[in-house]
Design a binder for this molecule. Sequence first.
Ligand SMILES: *[C@@H]1O[C@H](CO)[C@@H](O)[C@H](O)[C@H]1NC(C)=O
Ligand SMILES: *[C@@H]1O[C@H](CO)[C@@H](O)[C@H](O)[C@H]1NC(C)=O
Ligand SMILES: *[C@@H]1O[C@H](CO)[C@@H](O)[C@H](O)[C@H]1NC(C)=O
Ligand SMILES: *[C@@H]1O[C@H](CO)[C@@H](O)[C@H](O)[C@H]1NC(C)=O
Ligand SMILES: *[C@@H]1O[C@H](CO)[C@@H](O)[C@H](O)[C@H]1NC(C)=O
Length: 353
Amino acid sequence: MKWILILITVSLWEISQCQYEEDTLWWLSYMQNQFYNYDSFYEEDRTPSSQDCPLECDCPPSFPTAMYCDSRNLKHLPYVPSRMKYVYFQNNQISSVQDDAFENATGLMWVVLNDNQIGSEKIGGKVFSKLKNLERLYLDSNNLSRVPSSLPRSLRELHLSSNLLGRLPSNALEGLENLTALHLHDNQIQDVGGVFKWLKSLVILDLSNNNLRKVPDGLPTSLQQIYLEFNHLSTIPDEYFRALPNIQYVRLSHNQLTNDGIPSNPFNTTSLLELDLSYNNLQRIPPVNTNLEHFYLQGNQITEFSIGSFCKSVDIINFSRIQVLRLDGNIIQQNDIPPDTPLCLRQASLIDI
Ligand SMILES: *[C@@H]1O[C@H](CO)[C@@H](O)[C@H](O)[C@H]1NC(C)=O
Ligand SMILES: *[C@@H]1O[C@H](CO)[C@@H](O)[C@H](O)[C@H]1NC(C)=O
Ligand SMILES: *[C@@H]1O[C@H](CO)[C@@H](O)[C@H](O)[C@H]1NC(C)=O
Ligand SMILES: *[C@@H]1O[C@H](CO)[C@@H](O)[C@H](O)[C@H]1NC(C)=O
Ligand SMILES: *[C@@H]1O[C@H](CO)[C@@H](O)[C@H](O)[C@H]1NC(C)=O
């Protein structure tokens, strides 16, 4: 009996030793694999997928459709292999993009070219037209004086902020019916004509920090957010926001709005949730809808706290949904707030005066 027990114990011990060794080997080969991958990441031409990678770029084998060429003082666009979908060229000194730059990479989905020195006269007229899958184009912080021509209809996001754009011809964005975000801030845009009428899916339009003297018209009804701060706007047409049934966020700070410039009640529109009218020349609080939640009026010349701008009547259903109201930097004082204010502004968590 004793012998048998010992034999069984020994063989059990051997089995467990065996497993242990197997584990050790597995662990070693795992480490070797890790080192192998590490090598092929940094040394060119080890694996087939990095053979076609331009020397000045990185094409990680783990992400075979992406090519990273950003922040390395490039003056010219490198060749883009046909398998690429995402290419990153931002933060270089690239000044031109020839018509054939993406000739063999027609499957590109993202082209990132921001923070370069690309001028409109140095960008091919057809460079993007063959990219039928292009969804995002980043050209912000360049030297563009015109919107590039022949943009593909597949675009969803177009970034053109911090350039030298002035006038936008009415056909500049023709056919971009899938575009949801258009970033045009920090340019010198004065006249927008009917340029936005094509953009049937537009959700966000950023035109802040330009030279607009008139709010853009012909905006698509899909629009939810419009940023117009830091322009030269002094009036808002009566029905302006009523033509935008989905508008939720409106930024108009740092303009020249006066109460005379908004004679009717352009902001009394049910969809609006956030309205920024700070740093204008308002003397009275413009009437707003009871659905508004965030209202910024700091830095104006408001002299009275008119509760009628928020509630025409107060009862169980008629009260303001305002949560944050900023009135600091005006002429009114804390004791100008009428005593019945809490009945109307019953959801306000911050009233800053
Ligand atoms: C595209 O591919 C063709 C055929 O492989 C090649 O001849 C041509 O030079 C390539 N285009 C560019 C811009 O490199
Ligand atoms: C692009 O604009 C910057 C700043 O305005 C200027 O310094 C640079 O020379 C311009 N580059 C080209 C290629 O025109
Ligand atoms: C627009 O988006 C829809 C839905 O994703 C897609 O089916 C259609 O092909 C796109 N249009 C263009 C011109 O790419
Ligand atoms: C906003 O418009 C609605 C409906 O037209 C109206 O009943 C309400 O009194 C208006 N609100 C203000 C503050 O003028
Ligand atoms: C609440 O407001 C609505 C719309 O402004 C109005 O029709 C209704 O008469 C008001 N209710 C009361 C009790 O004043």
